[in-house]
Design a protein around this ligand. Structure first.
Ligand code: CP
Ligand code: NVA
Length: 316
């Protein structure tokens, strides 16, 4: 039922997806991973096309979309801003209208959230947010799949995001945690705290799911965490802030001493990747036994395939 309700929908922020819809996507992704492990091959995207629009670089997101769609008989077309007119000579609206006539779906990675929302409004086909300055919803789905694989049902689990609390990855983690009842703590210097606007939007959602949301600058808040999560200190497009970020975030590096502060040997480490080893995380942690960053990267593909199957009405 919940998968059926996703047919024809776009994935822009996850805010408009119900907890049931998100859980059904995660269940589907779990099944897809099991299929992949068994070596099963299917052709569910045969005859379908997807446009993959990129204003920013990508390894995981691009490869997840391309391989998930292509290996099932679909035809992905990669288009960077060096290839197409996107808001330069042709408006976003007109680009959306044209792509919507030729493709069954569109993925967008870039700067403004308003661009992906405009594409969705005018394309007439599902549009997926593959990362904007504001949100990274497909990442959050893979994060929850990885949390569930390691810690069991995610409701009531304690997830700590440490670092740039106002970035796209942190914001999407807050949204999905509020939806699914995950207790989320953002540990960040005050000037890099998640915006009040997002927290206010998520409060009623968290009240319904039972999620606790906390924002603090105090690193001792990691105590008891099931998962510690970090992301780069300087996101794409923010290179000018590099020096200030390094100064502000130096005390927030995830190293073994911080992992040990959780008091739990079974606490896992998550990172959306790419990781700048020696900045937000030490090599010892991201390459160490508590890290699940590599499973998390693989799970991008299974969750993205689940999103495409469900929204294209091919999951049945
Ligand atoms: N995590 C993630 O989105 O990676 P890419 O930037 O390589 O796509
Ligand atoms: N916050 C990072 C995430 C990369 C996947 C960025 O936007 O660069």
């Amino acid at each position: 039922m919940s998968l059926e309700s996703l047919r024809g929908r776009s994935l822009l922020t996850l805010l408009d997806f119900s907890a049931e819809e998100i859980c059904s996507l995660l269940n589907l992704a779990k099944g897809l991973k099991a299929e992949a492990r068994r070596g099963e091959t299917r052709q569910r995207f045969q005859g379908k096309t997807i446009a993959l629009l990129f204003e920013k670089r990508s390894t995981r997101t691009r490869c997840a979309f391309e391989t998930a769609f292509g290996e099932e008989g679909g035809h992905p077309v990669f288009l960077s801003t060096a290839d197409i007119q996107l808001g330069a000579k042709e408006s976003i609206e007109d680009t959306a209208r044209v792509l919507g006539r030729m493709f069954n779906a569109i993925q967008f990675r870039g700067f403004k959230q308003s661009t992906v929302e405009t594409l969705a409004r005018y394309a007439g086909v599902p549009v997926y947010n593959g990362l904007t300055d504001s949100f990274h919803p497909t990442q959050a789905l893979a994060d929850m799949q990885t949390l569930e694989e390691n810690c069991g049902p995610v409701r009531g689990k304690k997830l700590c995001f440490i670092g740039d609390g106002r970035n796209n990855v942190a914001r999407s983690l807050i949204v999905i945690s509020a939806k699914l009842g995950v207790h989320v703590t953002v540990i960040a210097p005050p000037s890099l705290s998640p915006g009040e606007d997002l927290l206010e939007r998520c409060k009623p959602i968290a009240a319904e799911s039972g999620a606790e949301m906390r924002v603090t600058a105090d690193l001792s808040a990691v105590e008891g965490a099931d998962a510690i999560y970090t992301d780069v200190w300087v996101s794409m497009g923010e290179e000018d802030c590099r020096e200030e970020r390094l100064r502000l975030l130096k005390p927030y590096q995830v190293n073994q001493a911080l992992m040990d502060k959780t008091g739990r040997k079974d606490c896992i480490f998550l990172h959306c990747l790419p990781a700048v080893k020696g900045e937000e995380v030490t090599a010892e942690v991201v390459d160490g036994p508590q890290s699940r960053a590599w499973d998390e990267a693989e799970n991008r593909k299974h969750t993205i395939k689940a999103v495409m199957l469900a929204t294209l009405g091919l999951a049945g």
